[in-house]
Write a protein that binds this ligand. Structure first.
Ligand code: NAP
Length: 332
């Protein structure tokens, strides 16, 4: 089969497309003929050796895919050849075939095509868990989303709106803010795209306060981190929840803890992948909700760019260089 392989850690330019052996079936697993796979920021980190876990070299990047089951291990009861499925495998998705553990696979509902199925799981799975289980977002509260036109950001905008919040979208260009508004954000503003200086940080806090009638945001959804984090934490409302989603802007911020004391707010960690392992039933319940929302047209994964497998490295580069709006997928 054809696969995009990481044979040396580094940027997307180090990735190579190789012809390698098809995967062999293993107990508890199925093999999927991949139709679409989507790019997520963890792929960018993993090929550089910067993610929370590191697969042995060489490896095939790609955390999520959708396709048709072509082989099933004897001990697997819940899937059969020909089923349309998506897999949250962590790695291995940027290839013509993937060996996936049955626990990481779900049937694609009727309402969804392969592209949407490949684009939905990590972003909407993360954002629903973040807003529902971690922030306990309530109708009528204000939700500020940073990186609001990125993968997890745009999912948070749609889900926040669906949960009855007033959603404020923040992003680095007007085009990105407009996309978030198209997906339901009530308000939006553009923040600077480089490293923020002290004045820009103050300006960011001021803008958030102005858009929340001086009260601050009840929930901040932050996949950007770096020095965007502190001014946003400074702009939370009393009893606010600041969600630590990721650090796409680079640095892991160090926060003065007196801010949490003064604002009576919570700094809440979100690690969706770990929660899926700890509470698989809770995750299934969340996905049932996501499928219903999709069937009712309430959520709609935005696929902005599609690449073929030969140009898979370019797909990852597109996301890494901040050009992606919504999801970037690789069609196979
Ligand atoms: N906690 C979890 O369970 C979990 C799960 C999935 C992903 N994540 C994390 O969430 C973050 C976003 O993932 P994603 O897949 O949604 O990525 P994405 O689609 O690339 O979105 C990230 C957004 O971050 C912003 N950004 C700011 N500085 C950036 C920079 N220097 N380079 C690239 N983007 C920058 C961009 O928006 P602007 O240009 O508008 O600033 C971009 O749209 C990542 O850190 C990822 O590791 C966490």
């Amino acid at each position: 089969m054809k696969a995009l392989q990481c044979i040396e850690l580094g940027g997307p330019e180090k990735l190579v497309v190789n012809e390698i052996e098809d995967p062999k079936i293993q107990p508890g697993h199925i093999i999927i003929d991949v139709k679409a796979a989507s790019v997520n920021f963890p792929d960018v980190l993993m090929i550089q050796g910067l993610y929370q876990f590191q697969p042995p070299m060489p490896f095939i990047p790609g955390g999520e895919s959708a396709g048709i089951v072509s082989e099933v291990a004897d001990d697997v009861q819940n899937f059969k050849v020909g089923d349309k499925v998506f897999a949250m495998s962590g790695t291995g998705a940027f290839a013509e075939k993937i060996l996936a553990h049955e626990a990481s696979v779900m049937l694609i509902p009727e309402s969804m095509n392969y592209d949407s199925a490949a684009a939905l799981s990590m972003t909407y799975g993360t954002s629903l868990y973040a807003l529902k289980q971690r922030a306990k977002l309530k109708a009528g509260e204000t939700l500020l989303v940073l990186g609001a036109a990125g993968g997890v950001g745009l999912a948070a905008v749609e889900l926040g709106k669906e949960m009855g919040a007033k959603v404020i979208a923040a992003a680095s260009t007007q085009e990105k803010v407009d996309l978030a508004k198209k997906h339901g954000a009530d308000e939006g503003f553009v923040y600077p795209s480089g490293k923020l200086d002290k004045d820009q940080q103050k300006e960011l806090s001021k803008t958030i306060k102005e858009l929340t009638n001086g009260l601050g945001a009840n929930v901040v959804y932050d996949p950007v981190g770096d020095n965007y984090a502190e001014p946003c934490l400074r702009s939370t409302a009393w009893d606010g929840r600041y969600l630590v989603i990721g650090f796409a802007a680079g640095e892991i911020p160090k926060i003065p803890l007196n801010l949490a004391l003064l604002k009576g707010c919570k700094i809440v960690g979100v690690f969706w992948g770990a929660w899926v392992g700890l509470d698989p039933d809770g995750n299934k319940e969340n996905f049932k909700e996501l499928f219903e929302m999709h069937a009712d047209g309430k959520i709609n994964p935005e696929v902005s760019d599609a690449f073929d497998l030969d140009n898979g490295a370019e797909a990852i580069n597109h996301l890494a260089s901040r050009k992606a709006k919504g999801k970037v997928i690789i069609k196979i």
